[in-house]
Write a protein that binds this ligand. Structure first.
Ligand code: NAD
Length: 474
């Protein structure tokens, strides 16, 4: 198992070649069902036995990460994903009959799924376990070999993951490569059979460029600004609680965190008051609160400070719960950023242009639902979209008139935890979906075959073309 590569190019290449050779020496259809179930069982055991060590490593990397957040958003969903894949794998792997066109009867058509080969996975720091192991589970279920590059911002987690996977997998099956941006670049230049990248949209562009040199297909799980539309009929109390839980989970460092809120103008004051109230109720104090996670690094803390300062200098209003407002300095000193609402934010400031990725929530008024939908549609396609309404007609209208990777109605984040829902972005928020069967198919080649019957009409293709053939022509 590899760690902190000093000569990225040659070490990476050696590992990659070893995986390629091992793949070439085994069946093109990859490991059989029993071997794949065994690989998934090894992951399940790793998670069962080492969940708390993995959490401690992540928490050390963060400065502090609330344990329930690691458990609820990382450990439990992956354990569920492993169980789901183990239950469904035999069905996913089975070749499937397909319809044969009338002119090709008698005959048979079918698809069979084969592993793609060697998969590269590049993961970010915000949910380092879920976003490394989730794609790993999908890729192993599909019978592939995997090289995995965790983020350099979670080095303790990366080292532990390398150790734990190294105890259970040969490097020709699964290899973890730790290192910085130079290693990440060299990693993405390898001629993988598929490369899955989870991270920011700007680095996603570099990754796709590097992959194109090898014609390596990519899955890009990127970020973006996920909007919330609060409708006129929404229950303000319930909406505010649900929104703040989703926004402040992992201190807002969630790719599908609600990024900004659109609310009817006559409900603006009541919603902002309710949001602030909820922030105070969920987190009565910020500095040193064990339920509230730290911001991953000083650079990200400064980025949030700068974004808020820029917006307020240009006329935005900053709102904080009275109990939090006095502890901004103490919160910073403990690595935490005070939950903040921003109203009247200029649309061209970074808060409304870039993904916020922290506990800052702009709230914007709208006059009509048409205006809210137009606002969302005028921006790059988001990873998630949330709407709050008890009116099924309005819900259907919003979903039909907008585009996003996915979303939750009357809630946030929860669609990501459904093992049977494809999860992925669209447009600037990414391409290709994973999780469950979508993940299995993402890392499989779905191969179509046709076999004519002995007396198939197929022979009508053969010249000289007689009357029989001409009767078929348009
Ligand atoms: P990032 O783009 O900075 O880094 C992600 C990974 O890319 C890291 O492993 C890093 O080592 C690697 N990397 C850095 N530079 C590279 C380069 N030039 N070439 C190749 N690889 C390179 O992202 P981050 O800060 O770790 O994560 C936050 C971002 O990830 C946010 O934008 C968030 O929305 C997004 N995200 C998306 C999802 C999703 O499922 N769509 C999930 C989590 C996070």
């Amino acid at each position: 198992m590899l760690e902190h590569v000093s000569d990225p190019d040659s070490t990476l290449r050696r590992t990659f070649e070893a995986q390629r050779e091992a793949a070439a020496a085994s069946s093109a259809s990859g490991p059989d069902l029993a071997a794949r179930l065994d690989a998934l069982a090894r992951i399940a055991t790793l998670l069962d036995r080492s969940g708390s060590r993995l959490h401690s490593a992540i928490s050390d990397d963060y400065g502090h990460r609330a344990y329930p957040e690691t458990a609820l958003a990382e450990l439990i969903p992956i354990q569920a994903a492993v169980r789901f894949a183990r239950r469904r794998l035999a069905g996913w792997m089975r070749p499937q009959r397909r319809r044969v066109g009338a002119a090709f009867l008698p005959g048979r058509a079918w698809v069979m799924q084969q592993p793609l080969g060697c998969i590269g996975i590049v993961s970010p720091w915000n949910y380092p376990l879920f976003l490394s192991m989730g794609p790993l589970v999908d890729a192993l279920a599909a019978g592939n070999r995997v090289m995995l590059k965790p983020s350099e911002l979670t080095p303790r987690f990366g080292a532990l993951l390398a150790e734990l996977l190294g105890e259970r997998f040969d490097p020709t099956e699964v290899a973890v490569i730790n290192g910085g941006v130079d290693v990440a670049r060299a990693f993405c230049a390898l001629p993988f059979d598929h490369l899955l990248f989870t991270g920011s949209t700007s680095i996603g562009r570099d990754v796709m460029r590097a992959a194109s040199a090898n014609l390596t297909p990519v899955t890009l799980e990127l970020g973006g600004k996920s909007p919330v539309i609060v409708c006129a009929d929404a229950d303000i109390g319930r909406t505010a609680r649900s929104l703040m839980v989703g926004k402040l989970f992992n201190a807002g460092q969630t790719c599908i965190a609600p990024d900004y809120v659109l609310v009817p103008e006559h409900r603006m004051a009541s919603l902002t008051a309710a949001l602030l109230g909820q922030a105070g109720r969920l987190y009565p104090r910020i500095a040193g609160n064990p339920d509230y996670s730290c911001i991953i690094s000083d650079r990200h803390m400064r980025r949030l400070d700068d974004a808020v300062a820029d917006a307020t200098a240009r006329g935005a209003t900053l709102l904080r719960h009275p109990d939090h407002a006095g502890e901004v300095e103490a919160a910073h000193a403990s690595g935490r950023f005070v939950p903040s609402l921003v109203t009247s934010s200029p649309l061209d400031c970074s808060l409304m242009q870039d993904e916020i990725f922290g506990p800052v929530l702009p709230v914007l008024p709208y006059r009509s639902l048409d205006e809210a939908i137009a606002f969302v549609n005028a921006r790059p396609r988001p990873l998630a979209l949330y709407c709050y309404t008890d009116d099924r007609r309005i819900e259907r209208e919003i979903l039909a008139r907008t585009i996003s990777g996915g979303g939750t109605v009357n809630g946030t984040l929860l669609h990501c935890a459904q093992p049977d829902l494809p999860f992925g972005g669209v447009g600037a928020s990414g391409m290709g979906a994973c999780h469950g069967e979508a993940g299995f198919l993402r890392f499989s080649h779905v191969r179509g075959f046709y076999k004519p019957g002995r007396f198939s009409g197929f022979t009508t293709m053969a010249p000289p073309h007689g009357r029989m053939t001409r009767r078929l022509l348009p």
